[in-house]
Design a protein around this ligand. Structure first.
Ligand code: GN1
Ligand code: MG
Length: 382
């Protein structure tokens, strides 16, 4: 099947290897190696878009093409030839996607990216340098896109990080309890109920001057940055499906949640699940080294809370998917989503215990990276 798909694209050579990459929770990804006529090899990334999650794949690809073109232009302007941008390969009919119909009425959409050579994506990392560079990569991404006209972007998933809506959805689905699983997760439900008020802290003001809509990535996990294998500098930000208007707070918070957690998202030994403060500091430094001069006072003051809010949001989403019978995230075993939810709840608890330290460090780091004018203006309000 992959062969049939490749044939539709503007790609030379013959397939010699197909490897599945199983790290994503949504799309299916394959690395394909082609042998060219001169005997050299070229690799590509083939992805099947999950249309359950992304219902308008062509609009999604338009976003990606717009963003990658713009990023490339900005990087050239800045003379940055070290870092890379994802490159979309077009079909022979000059389309960004090809679709096949393996069964009548079932359309599958595929896209292809050029493979980024000499790169590696980590699922977790305990190396402060890698974490710093991950924060820098996402900070750089936002900085380069800060003047992009966001009206040109489609919302690929409606209300993606509207945490209070996620909360409400969970509460509605608990009432329906289609799988009869609610009783089993009563303690988790209570934990979330007790935090209702933080769910709207960011979204209430989202879109105003104080928490402006920006071009955001919305899935700033450590494995969504390709790192240079030799130097551990970042090479490129990937997984651009959820790039859309949003708040920098969710990107920053999710970056810390994902890179500074001591264990994987589905670790079941909860004694291993905590926020590693060294890594939190590295991520924050990387991020603010790019973005300190561009954030508002309100954004700055909510950065610490954003880590807690997005982690709670993930707990809500995983638990909701468990309650609904696991229809959204890919699972490897029956209680996978429940384990993920419990893991995220453990992380929220630890973040809460460390909140004062987190707040203090963000302020200190901001002072270090911002220019004097911004600094005086914003800190005088704190
Ligand atoms: C999904 O597919 P992946 O792993 O990049 C999800 C994110 C979650 C993440 C949790 C479109 O991302 O929002 O934070 O799982 N993506 C979508 O691991 O829902
Ligand atoms: Mg991903």
């Amino acid at each position: 099947m992959i062969e049939e798909i490749i044939n539709n694209f503007n790609i030379e050579g013959k397939i010699i290897k197909i490897e599945e990459n199983t790290s994503g929770n949504i799309n299916s990804t394959y690395a394909v190696t082609m042998e060219l006529e001169d005997g050299s090899f070229k690799k590509y990334l083939v992805q099947k878009i999950n249309t359950n999650v992304f219902s308008e794949p062509y609009k999604l690809m338009k976003n990606i093409e717009n963003i990658t073109d713009y990023l490339e232009m900005q990087m050239q302007k800045e003379g940055d030839y070290t870092h890379k941008v994802l490159k979309v390969i077009k079909t022979k009919n000059n389309k960004s996607l090809c679709y096949i119909e393996p069964h009548p009425g079932e359309r599958q959409y595929y896209r292809i990216y050029e493979y980024i050579d000499n790169a590696i994506a980590y699922d977790t990392s305990t190396d402060p340098n890698i974490v710093y560079n991950t924060g820098k990569a996402f900070g750089n991404f936002q900085r380069l896109l800060r003047n992009y006209p966001i009206k040109r972007l489609t919302e690929t998933i409606k209300d993606f990080h509207i945490t209070d809506k996620r909360y409400k959805q969970l509460m509605d689905d608990i009432k329906i309890d289609s799988e009869g699983r609610a009783i089993e997760v009563a303690p988790e439900i209570v934990f979330i109920l007790m935090r209702e008020e933080i769910c709207s802290l960011i979204t209430e003001e989202l879109g105003s001057d104080s928490i402006p809509l920006r071009v955001t990535h919305n899935d700033t996990k450590v494995n969504n940055v390709m790192m240079n294998k030799d130097t551990n500098d970042y090479l490129a930000v990937i997984d651009l499906d959820t790039v859309m208007p949003g708040s920098m707070l969710f990107d920053y918070g999710d970056g810390v949640r994902s890179t500074a957690a001591n264990a994987k998202e589905d670790e079941t030994d909860l004694s291993k699940v905590y926020l590693n403060l060294e890594l939190f500091k590295s991520y924050t430094r990387g991020y603010l080294s790019e973005m300190a001069n561009y954030i508002t006072y309100e954004e700055l003051s909510l950065m610490a809370e954003s880590i807690r809010i997005i982690t709670l949001e993930l707990a809500i989403r995983f638990l909701n998917d468990y309650i609904n019978g696991d229809t959204y995230f890919k699972i490897n075993y029956e209680k996978h989503n429940l384990d993920r939810a419990r893991n995220q709840i453990a992380l929220v608890k630890d973040i809460e215990n460390k909140m004062e330290y987190i707040k203090h460090y963000i302020k200190e780091c901001y002072e270090e990276y911002t220019t004097e004018n911004n600094f005086v203006k914003k800190l005088s309000k704190m």
